[in-house]
Ligand binder design. Sequence first.
Ligand code: PEP
Length: 265
Amino acid sequence: MSGSTIVPWVIGNWKMNPAWASSQQWIEQFKQHLQQSPILEQQCHLAVAPTAIALNRVQVQLDNAPRTVHTVAQDVSRFSGTGAFTGEISATLLADSQIGYVLIGHSERRELLGDTPDVLKAKITQALAEGLTVIYCVGETLEQREQGVAEQVVLQQICDVATVISEQHWQNQMIIAYEPIWAIGTGKTASAQDAQAMHEKIRAGLAQLSPAGQQVAILYGGSVKPENAQELAACPDINGALVGGASLNAESFYQIAQAFAANQS
Ligand code: PEP
């Protein structure tokens, strides 16, 4: 089933980068690209996920961009509201700062920072309750792919959290990012065919969970760059990209967004 009526998303995951001066430069360059050659809202949604410390400053600097560029938190606390949780940022506080989007389940957080399925479920619960849109990341290791269990692993990661996601949430507040772990930051990209095949399976899985599953944007992530964006964008069930390394360069990120936007025109 094709998801091609879905407006794609191109989201830059800046991870623990960059220092503020470089962010400022990036934003000014990106605005210039948008000014010179606009990407329409109906062709592609755009967003960046800076570090928590820069979120609001990036948001303010993007306020006068020629079009909307959303800001995304890279993580959220599993605890709600306000209180004695040193170092945490709750969904309540993100919403209070007009941050409307959050990445949850990135493989770096699953592998390095203790985000177990139960923790992820709690984070998604908090984010959805505060009206945030969740970009939920899933993906298999190379070993799992070689063992032939990639699809099972990815669908299980979705099932792990599905009990806290309602029909309405699927409709309005959920995006999935398929990021094979072996392709993240390695320069190796899943072939467009392999990525499409997995996206098709994910879409079928989502459709079983909810009728709204057909319309959920499913992004691909893993060494997306200007050179491979066009081929990925042409796949019917790839509705955008979550971009790490290449998003740190404003021109590369813009070119990736252009590739996805061009596919909509
Ligand atoms: C990511 O970390 O979300 C990612 C996709 O990284 P990269 O594009 O560098 O592989």
